[in-house]
Design a protein. Sequence first.
Lengths: 150, 150
Amino acid sequence: MVLSRTSQYAIQALIYIATQPAGEPVLNRDIAERLNVPSAYLAKILQNLCKQGLLDSFRGRLGGFCLREGMHKTSLMQALALTEGPDFTKSCILGLKDCSDETACPMHFKWLPVKKKIIALLEDMTLEDLAKAVQTGKYRLSDLPSGVMA
Amino acid sequence: MVLSRTSQYAIQALIYIATQPAGEPVLNRDIAERLNVPSAYLAKILQNLCKQGLLDSFRGRLGGFCLREGMHKTSLMQALALTEGPDFTKSCILGLKDCSDETACPMHFKWLPVKKKIIALLEDMTLEDLAKAVQTGKYRLSDLPSGVMA
DNA sequence: CTATAATCGGACACAAATGTCTTGAGGAGT
DNA sequence: ACTCCTCAAGACATTTGTGTCCGATTATAG
């Protein structure tokens, strides 16, 4: 429901990176291990987030990925726009190409307020906020118990 | 966002069938044409809905599909349970296998009320209601203008 | 300069969703 | 009985999502 695996991995990784000291690159391998996610696939996803300007990457020794300057305030909405495409919230729930107030599907007006709630929620949550929540130890980022964290 | 194409086609078709006189089978070909959807694929979907007991099918001349007796009151939630699987609303938004109040992902408590709204909405809307809405002429089931209807 | 450690980038592999085609079975009209 | 018309069912094709692998590239340490 709602999100592709790619997006799920991306968000998990972004939050994890946000929990780590800013400016110190995090290894793809470490993220993958911590999240229990295929590392080669995760690398692709992180590469893409680099191209889109959300992450910085560094090759060679002491390399890795870290959030680009100022990107701690990135909202989930902005992050998902990068992984799911810019208008992943625009679509009609029945799949109609053109479903607006004027040309509405029978669910349009009922669905609209719910969709707005979803969007508001996604715009409200930032990587920083979520990282802080994880750091309290009350929430987990993967199926592994959070105590596994180094 | 939210629904697979298969589910979208299924719901469109169910609503369309519900707009037609009860007891008179509707041709797969007609539905596909009306909804502008691949007919062979739609046939598969309708077959499945038959097996699951939501539709009745009739072969030969004057054959076709129609809603099984009493199924006009079926909610979208029930219909989607047939196409998406019984617990398509149960999953964690970050994809964690085990995400409950006790083992929560950082989005869990924010997402929960929104999810409840979605579920309530889907449980509230019935095929009958949606069919009536379409019959007013104010809403459309496909990208084709609704005037195309016979 | 060389060895090492890490990402980059593209090719490849696999699986699931989506879509097409063909053949067979069953019911209605003549 | 014969002929249409319809769904049933499975094989096949295409596309997309997911996942893997490897050589190239870049940066650091010695």
